[in-house]
Ligand binder design. Structure first.
Ligand code: 5RP
Length: 227
């Protein structure tokens, strides 16, 4: 099976975590796009009805709205039953690295509203230790050099993410640093520590908002890992 087929498989499998007639949290990325496609098809066939979604990015909002799905602002919703999103890495405890699509801040906010985080990922995302994928960190632009030096002190190399030769600007008007050379052995302590640095908006380690369950796409079918 191709990686794309594995993503389709888990996107469809996530439908069973959608509580009918509720507002759901929807993440960002190519795997989530498969979920949105599957959700829209199920709604169209009358198999599922939802009240709407809270989305973690402009891109996902546009895709949801394109299918006629109502998108609420996070501030309009006190609690979500479920948040469905992908990951760049996930470990055996359900700790994740996210932000490859630069949506990590809104992803963490929407995940914080949800009772359960359903992570959908192909099997390449399951790792022993977080850190092989460059760690995304959303930062206030004037703090960029300071934060790069702080990561250098931890043995990491933090590079400003570019788009068309210019710093990529997030949906929140900030920059992204991608940090290589880290091995994140204690994700919770790491997340809490980096969160304290001046100018850090969000670090892409999701330990406080770890996955409740992971639907992992494998060539032998969808593996469900509960945490
Ligand atoms: C976006 C994310 C995505 O969930 C993560 O990058 C995985 O994306 P994909 O499903 O395309 O592999 O965190 O900020």
């Amino acid at each position: 099976m191709t990686q794309d087929e594995l993503k389709t498989q888990v996107g469809i499998a996530a439908l069973k975590y959608v509580t009918p007639n509720s507002v759901i949290g929807v993440g960002t990325g190519s795997t989530v796009n498969k979920f949105i496609d599957a959700l829209a098809a199920a709604i169209q066939k009358g198999e599922i009805a939802i009240t709407g979604a809270v989305s973690s990015s402009v891109v996902s909002t546009e895709k949801l709205k394109g299918y006629g799905i109502t998108v609420f602002e996070a501030n309009e919703v006190a609690r979500l039953g479920v948040y469905i999103d992908g990951a760049d890495e996930i470990d055996a405890a359900g700790y994740m690295m996210k932000g490859g699509g630069a949506a990590l801040t809104r992803e963490k906010i929407v995940a914080s509203l949800a009772e359960r985080f359903v992570c959908i990922a192909d099997e390449s995302k399951l790792v022993k230790t977080l850190g092989a994928f460059p760690l995304p960190v959303e930062v206030i632009p004037m703090a960029t050099s300071y934060i790069q030096r702080r990561f250098a002190g931890k043995g990491g190399t933090a590079t400003i993410r570019l788009k068309d030769g210019q710093p990529l600007v997030t949906d929140n008007g900030q920059y992204i640093l991608d940090v290589t050379g880290l091995q994140i052995k204690e994700p919770l302590a790491f997340e809490l520590g980096v969160n304290q640095w001046a100018g850090v908006v969000t670090v892409g380690v999701f330990a406080q908002q770890k996955a409740s369950v992971c639907l992992l796409g494998t060539s032998a079918g969808v593996r469900t890992i509960e945490f």
